[in-house]
Design a protein around this ligand. Structure first.
Ligand code: S5P
Length: 418
């Protein structure tokens, strides 16, 4: 439910401030669920949740006119239960009945669920219930997205109606809303946390689990979204939730390497929606200055930092000293560039650029596919700011404890060599 609340906040459907409600009461939270239909995916999620709590003995659902009608129709689809219609006022012509339902169904034998979006005093919902009762309908329950406070439950209990809802506004404490940062973290905000964990796992569940289990000790996570086979919008919502809760910095290691216009489209139009969650992306500079500058401008627009790759950890890689030098020369023109992926700090490089070094393990060595490893002590001695560690932690029996060991070794080496 917390996910849904955060998304409502992000989409400005849930607002903070000072608001006067229809009832005249003042509130510091305002929920405008009328705008939910502008966001079909979120709307469907909410309707699905509500459909799951529908009573099994309900024959039909009825939305309180008019605000709850789009929601009721979506729930009707999700639950595969018919939707009947209740008019707000009687018509002066034609069929004057307030209720529209199939004529062959007798009112006396039917239970209905009334759907509402937000219930504050309950007055309009109770008016709809009175109208339905006048038509001989038995209202079994009311299902709402949200109630303002729990006191209103007693009002429905008096009427012998069960009131179900997804959340109450009182539950959304001011603190949990304030926790959401208004800006993304920058790499220099997290320099006290010099370990980057490469979360190169296979699916979203593993990704979210490993991030959450390490988040107390690791603050920077590097992800290859395209190796997470079921990376989707829910993964993104949950990643953002973890980001806020633990103040994390997320790097997408896509290693963009094409001409500028394509890299910009890859950044902005990818199915992995990098701009919705990444604080930084990694790119190659192979296409040259103008291409990287185009990507840099797009990064600036999306408040994403750029990390440019100047050296690789793999054996016999094709990068030579001249190439690395040209990458370093490119940096001053890149306004979003926060750092470089390098094996060591180049002499004379400005301290404004953080050095991030992959290929780090407690035991130095090599894997079967070209990766070479150096120890945290070795890379810190070479001037690195951040050690990037993947399998050294992920494949350990106790990843959390192992991450703590890496962190201690890195910090110890920093004390020794700085
Ligand atoms: O030169 C490089 C650059 C990078 S970003 N060598 C690398 O290994 N990486 C990345 O660091 C690589 O894509 C992987 O995500 C991580 C190393 O993982 P490990 O399991 O070998 O520590």
């Amino acid at each position: 439910m917390q996910d849904i609340i955060l998304e409502l906040k992000e989409k400005q459907i849930l607002k903070t401030g000072t608001f006067v409600l229809k009832s005249g009461q003042q509130s510091n939270l305002y929920l405008n669920l009328r705008e939910l239909s502008f966001h079909p995916r979120l709307f469907k999620r909410i309707a699905t949740q509500m459909a799951m709590s529908l009573s099994t003995s309900t024959h039909a659902i009825i939305g309180v006119p008019w605000g709850a009608l789009p929601l009721a129709s979506l729930i009707s689809q999700c639950a595969n239960r018919p939707m009947w219609l209740l008019r707000k006022e009687e018509k002066a012509y034609g069929d004057s009945s307030l209720l529209l339902k199939p004529s062959e169904i007798s009112s006396a034998t039917t239970n209905v669920t009334v759907i509402e979006d937000v219930i504050t005093t309950g007055a309009s919902t109770l008016k709809a219930i009175t109208d339905l009762r006048a038509e001989g309908i038995y209202v079994e329950e009311v299902l709402a997205v949200c109630i303002r406070n729990r006191d209103v439950k007693a009002r429905f209990a008096e009427e012998n109606i069960s009131l179900k809802y997804l959340f109450t506004l009182d539950d959304i404490s001011q603190n949990s809303v304030k926790e959401i940062p208004s800006h993304k973290l920058k790499l220099h905000d997290v320099t006290k946390s010099p370990l980057i964990f490469s979360a190169d796992v296979e699916d979203s569940a593993q990704l979210l689990h490993i991030i959450e289990s390490l988040a107390e000790v690791v603050k920077i996570f590097k992800i290859h979204a395209d190796v997470v086979h079921d990376f989707n919008d829910l993964t993104i919502a949950k990643l953002n939730q973890l980001k806020r809760r633990y103040q994390l910095y997320l790097i997408e290691d896509r290693k963009f390497a094409d001409i500028g216009s394509i890299m910009v489209r890859q950044l902005e139009q990818s199915r992995y929606k990098y701009t919705k969650w990444a604080d930084a992306i990694i790119c190659h500079g192979i296409a040259g200055r103008e291409s990287v500058e185009a990507l840099d401008r797009a990064c600036g627009y999306h408040e994403i930092e750029l990390l440019v790759l100047g050296e690789m950890s793999s054996s016999h890689n094709l990068i030579d000293k001249a190439y690395t030098k040209k990458i370093i020369e490119m940096l001053p023109a890149l306004e979003s560039c926060a750092g470089v992926v390098m094996q060591q700090r180049p002499v004379g490089l400005s301290r404004q650029y953080q050095i991030c070094t992959p290929g780090v393990k407690i035991e130095q060595g090599q894997d079967q596919a070209g990766q070479r490893y150096r120890t945290p002590e070795d890379v810190i001695r070479q001037g690195t700011d951040f050690c990037i560690v993947g399998r050294g932690i992920r494949q350990a029996d106790r990843p959390y404890e192992t991450a703590c060991v890496y962190m201690r070794q890195i910090q110890e080496a920093k004390r020794q060599f700085r």
